[in-house]
Design a protein around this ligand. Structure first.
Ligand code: PLP
Length: 359
């Protein structure tokens, strides 16, 4: 069986060494030494000055929205994982969807301004599949209208834009270190910002608003992560270059085997160094996609419809038409991608896609 993804698991011995340290110190959570070490090593890896390690990528989004005090309307993408939208709703704001660019699958920056109203306070966009948004144009629009920007970089670990980490952009960037992501800590996430006051505020929010044992400065939440999760991150980080290299190799191999399959691929931003984190293909029709899925499934291969449905079609939201996102969502499929996926698996998937197309 070949699934859409498989979590990376490091050598268990290395993990156990970290566990022995935890048993020695008897310090399990609450900003422990492994959490601190992981934050330092991640900053070093990403060449960033500031980050906070959190419990998951969703609490990262919520803490970002809370820290920026966003209210009312937030302009966002209809083409992402559902957590991007639900964190907005969870923070009592209204998601206002800007439709995507059919080539990049990120929000079309030219569609943002028309959606700004006196109620708009922020913009929350995803670098979908790790493909950077049009960050410069978005920044200009935000400045012009006094809006705050959050980027959901859950797919964008190790992505660079013009030579710098993509997490440097926006007032706050967030990411996820969930087990299915390219770099993971089982569960986990992070926020990134350059502003010292925002960093301080988010570190208070992460820990119930404690600014001392008996002092509470903000109505915070529990956004912390544990020593056990940080240990997984420390071990996995050592292997991240290998994981990145295997993703790239696999992606280029998929390019070859799908060359004669009638699918298109998203256009990756030309000023970026991409992480090859997913392999999305866009079929000519939903019918073609369904044929391909049926063919793969009948051979025990399970791709996923990332991202379907378009978030503009969520049943608990009033429908805001986003024709491009709604069309692409029906036709896009992510093919299996994980570190141990073999060359022959990719070739097999390519042959099955061709067979489905010619059926
Ligand atoms: C995975 C993901 C999240 C949520 O991250 P968790 O760590 O699972 O909470 C948010 N946004 C996007 C785009 C994601 O893919």
């Amino acid at each position: 069986m070949i699934n859409i993804t498989k979590p990376f698991l490091p050598d268990m011995k290395e993990y156990i060494e970290y566990l022995e340290g935890i048993w020695d110190r008897e310090w399990l959570t609450n900003n422990g030494p492994l959490v601190n070490d992981l934050e330092l090593k991640l900053k070093d890896f990403l060449q960033l000055k500031h980050m906070l390690y959190l419990g998951n990528g969703t609490i990262a989004l919520q803490i970002a929205i809370k820290a920026l005090e966003l209210k009312n309307e937030i302009i966002t993408t209809p083409f992402s994982y559902v957590a991007t939208t639900t964190s907005i709703i969870w923070e009592n704001c209204k998601p206002v969807f800007a439709d995507i660019d059919p080539k990049t699958l990120n929000v079309d920056a030219d569609k943002i301004e028309a959606l700004i109203t006196p109620e708009t306070t922020g913009i929350l966009l995803t670098h979908v599949y790790g493909n950077p948004c049009d960050v410069e144009k978005i920044d200009q629009i935000a400045q012009k209208h006094g809006l705050k920007v959050i980027y959901d970089g859950a797919h964008a670990f190790a992505v660079k834009y013009k030579g710098r980490s993509i997490f440097e952009y926006g007032d706050i960037s967030t990411t996820s270190f969930h087990a299915t992501k390219l770099f993971h800590t089982i569960e986990g996430g992070a926020v990134f910002t350059k502003e010292a006051n925002l960093l301080r505020k988010m570190s208070l929010l992460r820990n119930f608003g404690h600014s001392g044992n008996e002092q509470f400065e903000e109505p915070g939440i529990n956004g912390k992560n544990s020593e056990f999760h940080a240990a997984m991150g420390l071990v996995n980080l050592k292997k991240t270059d290998q994981v990145l290299a295997s993703r790239k190799r696999q992606s280029l191999h998929y390019d070859q085997v799908t060359a004669t399959v009638r699918v298109t691929r998203p256009e990756i931003h030309k000023d970026s160094e991409w992480n090859y984190s997913y392999y999305p293909v866009i079929f000519e029709s939903e019918e073609q996609l369904k044929k391909a899925v049926a063919m793969l499934n009948s051979h025990w291969i399970y791709p996923r419809r990332y991202f379907y449905p378009s978030l503009s079609n969520l049943p608990y939201l009033e429908h805001q038409p986003c024709p491009i996102s709604e069309d692409i969502s029906k036709r896009v499929l992510c093919l299996p991608m994980y570190h141990t996926l073999r060359q022959e698996d990719i070739e097999y998937i390519g042959r099955l896609l061709l067979r489905a197309q010619n059926n």
